[in-house]
Design a protein around this ligand. Sequence first.
Ligand SMILES: NC(=O)C1=CN([C@@H]2O[C@H](COP(=O)(O)OP(=O)(O)OC[C@H]3O[C@@H](n4cnc5c(N)ncnc54)[C@H](O)[C@@H]3O)[C@@H](O)[C@H]2O)C=CC1
Ligand SMILES: O=C(O)C1=N[C@H](C(=O)O)C[C@H](O)C1
Length: 233
Amino acid sequence: MKIALLGYGKMGKTIEAIALERGHTIVLKTSKTVNQAIKNADVAIDFSIPGAAVNNITHCINHNIPVIYGTTGWLDQYDRMVQLCHEKQGAFIYASNFSLGVNIFFQLNKSLAKMMATLKDYAVSLEEIHHTQKLDAPSGTAISLANDIIKNHDSYNHWALDQNQEKTIPITAKRIENVAGTHTVTYTSEVDTLEIKHTAHSRQGFALGAVVAAEWLHGKVGVFTMKDVLNIG
Ligand SMILES: NC(=O)C1=CN([C@@H]2O[C@H](COP(=O)(O)OP(=O)(O)OC[C@H]3O[C@@H](n4cnc5c(N)ncnc54)[C@H](O)[C@@H]3O)[C@@H](O)[C@H]2O)C=CC1
Ligand SMILES: O=C(O)C1=N[C@H](C(=O)O)C[C@H](O)C1
């Protein structure tokens, strides 16, 4: 496949190495506004900045290029981009986290939330830890985990960063040098604590997942998720 890399930073470079290993060609790598060279691509993979989301996705969809979208921190525009994709019969996958491990963790989190929903003595909280260059907080993955708890546990209807309020899942975001991404979901009662945790050892898992998603999306029309790609859940 001919791949356009939108965002050629830490993730863009890791994806490039994996894509080349898997026999793909990189026809465009940009860290600025998308340019005309994108017309030669079979698929675009975007790991850039939140402020570029609407422009980059719109540009790809208008040029009929399928989009793998990994950038986090722009979800207020998600429904608008989904609508555009349907209107133009494009192809689009957004995932807050493309790694296989986290997508299994998402399933565990949903099952655990269903089990804990009847156990009113336990209070849930989330913690995410990332490297110090990260622009958004809380992480996209933490937001996905919180939203999945809200859908499956009737004691909660909101999440909030660093706030303890009624019916609200508190999320703590820590920034520590060189941490690729750690997410912990904790249920605490008077008598004990129950925790599930995912620790990324590097960016390899995110990058491999994004390339696998691009291979899967090639030739398809519609809006999909990593659940479709991995056939889980
Ligand atoms: N969904 C997932 O699995 C993962 C998502 N991410 C997300 O990916 C994004 C990028 O992460 P990193 O590579 O660590 O950041 P980074 O800062 O290393 O790279 C971002 C790059 O995008 C460039 N850029 C700025 N404006 C642009 C534009 N308009 N078009 C294209 N590129 C532009 C920047 O110059 C920079 O080179 C973040 O939002 C992060 O949260 C990161 C890891 C995994
Ligand atoms: O910025 C990062 O690095 C990461 N961002 C994603 C997120 O916001 O959840 C995924 C991963 O945790 C790494």
